[in-house]
Write a new protein. Structure first.
Lengths: 333, 266
């Protein structure tokens, strides 16, 4: 995703001299191409994230479109007030980019786990929040953010789903992508964990559970219509995020469902409990530990679907969730 | 209107605004009244009829709590009607206790949390320098504000990039929120700190209009460095019973206090 972002930004910087990339002294080997091709549009401000954001705001107020780049929580939480007061309040054209969403830097420990960023940044007024699910989305989001006025947050993941876009597809900020169609349940995710969600959909398909898979790459503004469709057209909604359960994607989707009265027959939020993770490991390991790998997502989805089926249907052998099917499903995961 | 007349009007407005609004920071506004009057009395290149004029000098009040003084200067210079000043901190007013640009022509940047102005000024300065734009960026900060780490991040940046279009004025009244600067976190040797960060430093009496004008307009100082002006000031300047008092960082002048203050500022 990181390379897709840099590729996209290099092209944008060639076409538009207002584009600038500011780093907080991170991006070894990754930003070289941009720095070499666009030396006048590149600036390493040093290990100083508050100043990174302040300087970016000043540049933006003088007409630039400024991307700030760092890893994990450094470009977001470390300088949250600069983002809020300087960038957002002034509607400055600052695009905050963090590489390392969720457990991307799993082995590096708690300081490098970006697991509250979506909740915190989506709470800010005048802020757009985007977490692409695959490289194509990351590249498209980079370009799209250039044309999105005001302050934005782009959360890039180390992992990425394999290509999910068709050649004719158009990417739009604020418009979720239905990666796969289905009717029994809708799996909604944000970020690179889309890969595990697709795995889960594959596993469930083997059990004749048809999953709609939605990549909700824009967490704010949320695509309300897609949530309505999921609630009304499918048998339930499962949200999946590599992020704490407090205030992230699941919360956002739940807010929409409650506010508009679109109550899904089943609703399940998958994410991280509000606890720090001190036992480290790879992104894949930590996902599994926290029930966010493909198998775990499938198992929890199946259980929730079963629990939501009315008792009458559960005892009726003719229905999809009759006793035989229930026995098989409960053994599957 | 001379800058001395403007300063006198700013002081009266600040006292009346903080009284009517029952708001804090009257002494902070009085502390910077002369600096703000010299700036808006001819030093800053601004156009009241065209607040967004692209070539205007950018002035950022980083100590946003003293915003009443800047609102007063802007109104007196014709950016908006003087009658609006008295709505300061009132229900529905846009003249907030900490300076805000929304709905207030002439305010360049909104602040209120300390340590924000200099970083943004660095971005403006870097941008202006690289596109050879003619304007200057002037930031007015407090001494207590220099406790913030972000000030020193920005100070490093400005020195490193030799932002000669940047002027940082420090309202050095030696009193901060709870007690003196000396007792809280000593800043001395203050001038040396800025020099060590790559700045050219001037020290002046922050109530001496002549000297302020000289250091703010002297283009021959040091062409290649940002300029820090340590303006030695008296907190609460102009109202004897408010001078050098922590109490008047917070207290709003009411009744006899208001009358006494306005009498002194006649």
């Amino acid at each position: 995703m990181r390379d897709a972002f840099v590729d996209s930004l290099c092209r944008a910087a060639t076409a538009d001299k207002r584009v600038m990339l500011l780093t907080g002294d991170l991006g070894f080997g990754v930003l070289d191409r941009f720095a070499n091709e666009h030396p006048d549009q590149y600036l390493n401000v040093g290990v100083a994230e508050q100043n990174l954001t302040g300087v970016a705001t000043g540049l933006a107020l003088d007409g630039h479109i400024v991307f700030t780049y760092s890893i994990a929580n450094f470009p977001t939480l470390r300088c949250l007030e600069q983002i809020r007061n300087d960038a957002c309040y002034h509607n400055a054209n600052v695009k905050v980019v963090a590489i390392g969403g969720g457990f991307s830097y799993g082995p590096l420990g708690m300081s490098h786990h970006a697991t509250e960023d979506l909740a915190i940044l989506r709470a800010l007024p005048n802020m757009t929040v985007v977490a692409p699910g695959d490289d194509w989305e990351a590249a498209c989001a980079t370009t799209a953010l250039l044309n999105t006025p005001g302050t934005c947050y782009l959360r890039l993941d180390r992992s990425s789903a394999s290509a999910t876009a068709s050649v004719v597809e158009r990417f739009e900020i604020g418009r979720a992508r239905t990666v796969r169609n289905g009717s029994d349940v809708t799996l909604v995710s944000t970020g690179g964990i889309l890969s595990d969600v697709i795995d889960a959909a594959d596993l469930l398909a083997r059990e004749q559970i048809s999953c709609r898979v939605v990549s909700m790459h824009t967490v704010k503004p949320l695509d309300i219509e897609t949530i309505r469709e999921a609630a009304q057209e499918t048998g339930g909604i499962v949200t999946v995020e590599e992020h704490g359960l407090n205030g992230g994607l699941g919360s956002a989707v739940a807010e929409v469902c409650m506010d508009f009265g679109w109550l899904p027959r089943m609703f399940l939020r998958l994410g991280l409990p509000p606890e720090f993770v001190s036992a480290v490991g790879s992104q894949a390991y930590l996902r599994k530990e926290h029930g966010l790998d493909g198998h775990s997502i499938a198992r929890q989805t199946a259980s929730a679907l079963l629990a939501a089926v009315p008792a009458a249907l559960q005892t009726d052998r003719r229905t999809a969730f009759g006793p035989a099917r229930r026995r098989r499903l409960s053994r599957s995961y | 209107m001379t800058s001395l007349e403007l300063a006198a009007r700013i002081r009266r407005h600040v006292v009346e605004m903080t009284s009517k609004g029952r708001s804090s920071h009257v002494a902070s506004g009085l502390s910077i009244a002369d600096i703000v009057a010299v700036l808006y009395g001819g030093v800053l290149r601004v156009r009241p009829a065209d607040p967004q004029w692209p070539e205007r000098d950018r002035f950022i009040l980083s100590k946003g709590h003293a915003g009443a003084a800047v609102y007063a200067a802007l109104a007196e210079k014709g950016f908006f009607p003087v009658e609006r000043l008295i709505t300061h901190c009132q229900d529905g007013s846009h003249l907030s206790g900490h300076v805000s640009h929304k709905g207030v022509p002439g305010v360049e940047f909104s602040t209120g949390s300390l340590g924000h102005g200099l970083g943004v000024a660095c971005g403006l300065g870097y941008s202006a320098k690289h596109r050879q734009a003619p304007f200057r960026i002037v930031v007015l900060m407090s001494d207590g504000e220099c406790d913030e780490g972000s000030i020193w991040e920005a100070a490093l940046f400005a020195g490193h990039h030799r932002l000669s279009n940047l002027v940082a004025i420090i309202d050095y009244n030696k009193i901060q929120s709870l007690t003196s600067v000396e007792e809280t976190l000593a800043l001395e040797p203050f001038a040396d700190k800025w020099r060590a960060f790559g700045w050219y430093v001037s020290e002046v009496d922050g109530h001496d209009h002549q000297r302020l004008r000289e250091v703010l307009t002297n283009q021959t100082l040091e062409a290649a460095r940002p300029h820090c002006i340590l303006a030695h000031t008296t907190k609460g300047k102009g109202v004897t019973f408010m001078e050098r008092s922590v109490l008047w960082h917070y207290r709003s002048p009411q009744n006899e206090e208001l009358t006494a203050a306005l009498m002194e500022l006649k």
